[in-house]
Design a protein around this ligand. Structure first.
Ligand code: GLN
Length: 197
């Protein structure tokens, strides 16, 4: 499996490690490449959109010509895991002129809805498809405030959606790459596997 981590900004190394762990758990190995320019996305089987700063990530992927490649990747039915700022960039509407959202996940988001840096928090959250709650790390996290018809909500916190699946894309408000637990990467890239313990 060739996995591309969009690496224009954000927590790239953590995603690379997590996708390797998820692949190993399925007896596969992942070749991980970091993506800063156009031309590599078309070779990738799966993509990861890290957390970071959505305004910066959005500006750079459009400038480098990666944005249209990501849209084509999804149109081909190939998986993406988008986390936090990655979710914001992948949404249909980020309600912020500085984010040229890709529209590959049919949700709108409220950036920083969970507050500023000091309001970052961690909590065990139940996730659809996982047998046990996932220890979720929220850092200046967005909330998903509108979900399109074809979108499955995978997790909520206080009644607010924090993880969704839209076709080949799984997107989370929290940072599954910041724990040693590969189950969300697993859900994104091995969706037909048995429920993960
Ligand atoms: N709040 C940040 C943004 O709007 C995202 C934070 C994160 O990815 N941890 O881009």
């Amino acid at each position: 499996m060739k996995a591309g981590v969009i690496a224009v900004q954000g927590d790239v190394a953590e995603h690379a490690a997590a996708v390797r762990n998820a692949a190993t758990a399925h007896g596969e190995s992942a070749e991980v490449v970091t993506i800063r320019d156009s031309g590599t996305v078309p070779d990738c089987d799966v993509l990861l959109m890290p957390g970071g700063e959505s305004t910066t990530i959005s500006r750079l992927i459009h400038r480098e010509g990666i944005a249209s490649e990501i849209r084509d990747h999804v149109a081909d039915g190939k998986p993406i895991l988008a986390t936090c700022a990655g979710l914001i960039v992948c949404s249909r509407d980020a309600k912020d002129d500085r984010v040229d959202a890709l529209g590959v996940v049919d949700v709108s988001v409220d950036r920083n809805a969970f507050g500023r840096q000091k309001d970052s928090f961690e909590a065990p959250v139940p996730v659809e498809g996982l047998a046990e709650p996932f220890h979720a790390v929220f850092i200046r996290a967005p909330v998903i405030d509108d979900v399109g018809d074809g979108v499955e909500t995978l997790s909520t916190v206080d009644g607010r959606s924090v993880a969704v699946r839209d076709g080949p894309v799984v997107a989370t408000s929290f940072h599954p790459e910041l724990t040693d637990d590969p189950r969300v990467h697993d859900l994104a890239f091995f969706p037909d596997a048995e429920v993960v313990a």
